[in-house]
Design a protein around this ligand. Structure first.
Ligand SMILES: Nc1ncnc2c1ncn2[C@@H]1O[C@H](COP(=O)(O)OP(=O)(O)OP(=O)(O)O)[C@@H](O)[C@H]1O
Ligand code: SF4
Ligand SMILES: [Mg+2]
Length: 332
């Protein structure tokens, strides 16, 4: 995001923890720090992608931003609105400003409602004809036919169900649409159609997305900025071109090496860096760099001191001791 673009959403030092089961009644309380000091911002009409393996804290971040779970520290500002400071009533009014599109379009749609009623669900009370006009417009926008409004979710394909989910998310004209793995459950060909639809709707209607994926390949044509998360922390944060052309963090490189069809003009993945093993236990993270046990260039210092997220001269942000100020990765 450039300084000229006003931030729609600003998240600072967000922290979410879940209590762990205590070993005994008198044992000290322990927590799993699922989101451990995450900061980012999104300009109106843009997309920020959050990418990382399962368990890195992507969904928890999104839920905390929309106040669907509680953060224990940090701030979330939606323009003028201090989201984490809202009382119950103000929160109810603010809820429609965030809408979600989920991974599984089947389980997230009420099977007993007709498609038109699913799409109209988040609308405020209004006259029937006004409501119908909005539903007609949304069906057309997402490429569904008017006669499909009467059908039930099981009468649609997976891709069509996701179109219903997109129409529903757009219905109350939210400020931010949070797409949590919106195409992960779909076939590759259908994935491309849904991603294209999301992009077209964004340019036509000025939508703003927080787009969550475990797959850098999915977001490579889909976002303006990318935050790479590992075990509750952002380890690299950059605009899309910089991240694909000059990925700096060893974990970003490893994620890229798992992308089969990276655009040939970008630097792409290093096949030698295929990720091995699992991330460490999030309830008991290592003292130093959280990626150290899987990092091919880890040094003694990496196991002792956690690297801070720094902003380099080229504005890329990275949390790695060995990346230089001139944005040279330890992997060359
Ligand atoms: N309600 C909860 N109670 C306890 N722990 C939780 C809860 N929700 C998430 N966690 C833990 O918090 C961490 C982050 O989970 P989260 O679902 O945010 O990850 P994710 O990046 O969205 O993963 P995935 O790609 O699998 O969806 C994980 O270790 C998870 O087990
Ligand atoms: S800080 Fe060290 S262990 Fe962590 S990613 Fe950088 S080089 Fe690897
Ligand atoms: Mg998730």
């Amino acid at each position: 995001m450039t300084s000229r673009e006003e931030a729609l959403l600003t998240v600072r030092d967000l922290r979410v923890r879940f209590p762990l089961k205590a070993a005994s009644l008198f044992a000290p309380k322990r927590y799993l720090y699922a989101v451990d000091g995450v900061s980012f911002s999104i300009a109106r009409g843009q997309t920020l992608a959050i990418v990382g393996e399962s368990g890195s804290g992507k969904t928890t971040t999104a839920l905390a931003v929309a106040r669907l779970i509680d953060a224990y520290a940090g701030s979330v500002n939606l323009q003028e609105l201090d989201v984490l400071g809202l009382d119950r009533e103000a929160l109810r009014a603010a809820r429609r400003r965030f809408q979600f599109i989920f991974q599984d379009p089947y389980s997230s749609l009420n099977p007993r409602l007709r498609a038109a009623d699913i799409v109209a669900e988040p609308l405020p009370p209004m006259a029937a004809d006004a409501r119908q006009r909005i539903v007609d417009d949304l069906f057309e926008a997402v490429g569904l036919r008017p006669e499909q409004q009467r059908l039930f979710p099981h009468q649609f394909s997976g891709g069509q169900r996701q179109r219903i989910g997109i129409a529903r998310a757009m219905a109350p004209q939210p400020d931010l649409i949070i797409c949590d793995e919106p195409v992960s459950a779909l076939d590759v060909a259908v994935q491309a159609q849904v991603l294209n639809l999301l992009r077209d709707l964004q340019s036509g209607r000025g939508l703003t997305y927080l787009f969550i994926s475990h797959d850098l390949g999915v977001v490579q044509h889909m976002c303006d900025q990318i935050a790479v998360m590992y075990l509750g922390k952002i380890v690299e944060y950059a605009d899309r071109l910089s991240l694909f052309q000059n990925p700096l963090h060893p974990y970003t490189r490893a994620l890229l090496s798992a992308v089969p069809r990276v655009d040939p003009t970008v630097r792409g993945g290093d096949r030698r860096l295929l990720l091995q093993g699992d991330p460490p236990d999030p309830a008991n993270p290592p003292r130093g760099c959280r990626f150290a046990a899987r990092c091919p260039v880890a040094e003694t210092r990496c196991h002792q001191e956690p690297p801070a997220l720094r902003t380099l001269r080229n504005k890329q942000q990275v949390a790695c001791h060995l990346v230089t100020e001139d944005a040279v990765s330890p992997l060359g």
